[in-house]
Design a protein around this ligand. Structure first.
Ligand code: SAH
Length: 394
């Protein structure tokens, strides 16, 4: 059958719908109609696509169009962060997190924050950056609460970073583009009428550049004008540093998709012990790939650095980092380690985090400490893990 080469219906771009629907004699405008049902309205059930003919709805059903996942559990933290566990068709489950950006929050929240350094939120990756690409979606009147969604790119992860729960079970399987987009469609449906999905970060489970094709397709779908219509610069791909993937992403999206790199150390020996993939992609090769990334003017690459007490938090580490990144257009996000069960890693004391930050600020870098969100519902960085509980059992 000719259509067998086509992607899953939810992963099909309008031009692919055009090709497949014209084969069955449908008129041209049906392609964008179907695409808009799925991606703009989030309707995945053909029987609810009321302005299509019964025959076309049956055809779509036959093509396998339907929900790509269902919410198995949903938790909301006191700060409004929502974690949703989605069960996929084959019973694998993945997690996605919605993080409201409370713009009114400025002050310290608890004792630990009293020495509050400048805080960054996930997805503020480009806060303050001015870009040449007009952001048509941004014409809200400021009353809508902006939400950042953190999505997964794989079930499990092959990278096995020492401090991250997502890698513990290893890589279970890749996600299809339809499952990546499906997280966004479901996530969007959980928002209140006063909230708006604004940023997307590939910081859930998985290494996005280890599933490049599906991730790139998902970005094309999510940025399509007739779909969710996110702006490319509001999407951030976070990677452990797969250099060939960084080059491809830069080329395919002209550097407009945000890039975040999980460095966590400034020398290969320290990094190797934390991030095993450093053996294949050592720091020098990553720095080279970052220098070659075709960043638009006034945009910066985000360097993620998880601070772990006694491992990578010395002032000498900060100075080494400053030296390593010299000449690159970057800003640094320090992430106080979120404790996970399997590793004994702890975050340094706030004072030490401050000192580390100041060393980088003094060296001329923009350096923020990431606000901790969602850790009370195990939704913080590194706490997302695929639970393999049988259906119905949490
Ligand atoms: N594989 C990608 C994206 C997933 S993780 C990557 O490595 O970038 C998103 C971020 O959370 C990464 O910077 C990751 O290193 C960080 N992270 C993982 N576990 C963490 C933990 N326990 N505490 C703090 N940050 C963690």
């Amino acid at each position: 059958m000719m259509t067998s080469a086509l992607p899953h219906p939810v992963a099909r771009l309008p031009e692919e719908w055009l090709a497949s629907l014209s084969q069955i004699g449908e008129r041209k405008f049906r392609a964008s109609q179907v695409f808009r049902w799925i991606h703009q309205h989030g309707v995945l059930d053909p029987s609810a696509m009321t302005d299509l003919s019964v025959a076309l709805r049956a055809h779509l059903q036959g093509e396998g169009l339907g929900p790509v996942g269902a919410i198995a559990h949903q938790h909301t933290a006191p700060d409004g962060t929502i974690k949703a566990v989605l069960r996929l068709g084959d019973d694998a489950s993945i997690e996605t997190v919605l993080i409201p950006m409370r713009l009114e929050y400025h002050g310290p929240r608890d004792a630990e924050d009293t020495a509050a350094p400048e805080l960054a939120s996930i997805g503020d990756a480009d806060l303050g950056a001015i870009d040449d690409e007009p952001d048509e979606e941004d014409v809200d009147d400021g009353t809508m609460e902006r939400v950042t969604q953190c999505i997964s790119s794989q079930v499990g992860c092959a990278m096995k970073c020492a401090f991250c729960a997502s890698g513990v079970p290893g890589l279970r399987r890749q996600l299809g583009a339809e499952e990546i987009v499906g997280q966004v469609l479901i996530g969007r449906s959980l928002l209140s009428p006063s909230q708006r999905l604004r940023n997307l970060v590939f910081m859930g489970s998985g290494e996005p550049l280890h599933n490049y094709e599906a991730v790139a397709r998902a970005i094309r779908l999510l940025t399509h004008r007739q779909g969710v219509a996110l702006s490319r610069r509001r999407i951030t791909v976070s990677t452990v540093g797969l250099t060939d993937g960084i080059a491809r992403l830069g080329e395919d999206f002209e550097g407009k998709v945000g890039l975040a790199v999980s460095l966590h150390a400034a020398d290969d020996e320290t990094r190797q012990a934390l991030v095993p993939s450093n053996k294949r992609w050592p720091l020098a090769s990553i720095v080279k790939a970052l220098a070659a990334y075709p960043l638009p003017p006034r945009r910066r690459i985000t360097i993620e650095y998880a601070l772990i007490e006694g491992r990578n938090d010395r002032l000498s580490d900060a100075r080494k980092l400053a030296k390593l990144l010299a000449g690159l257009r970057v800003k640094i996000n320090l992430i106080p380690m979120n404790p996970v069960d399997h590793a004994g890693f702890m975050p340094p004391a706030m004072e030490r985090i401050q000192q580390f930050r100041m060393a980088l600020v003094d060296a001329g870098y923009t350096c923020l400490v990431r606000k901790r969100r969602g850790d009370d519902i195990s939704a913080a960085c590194g706490q997302l893990v695929t639970r393999l509980a049988p259906r119905g059992k949490p």
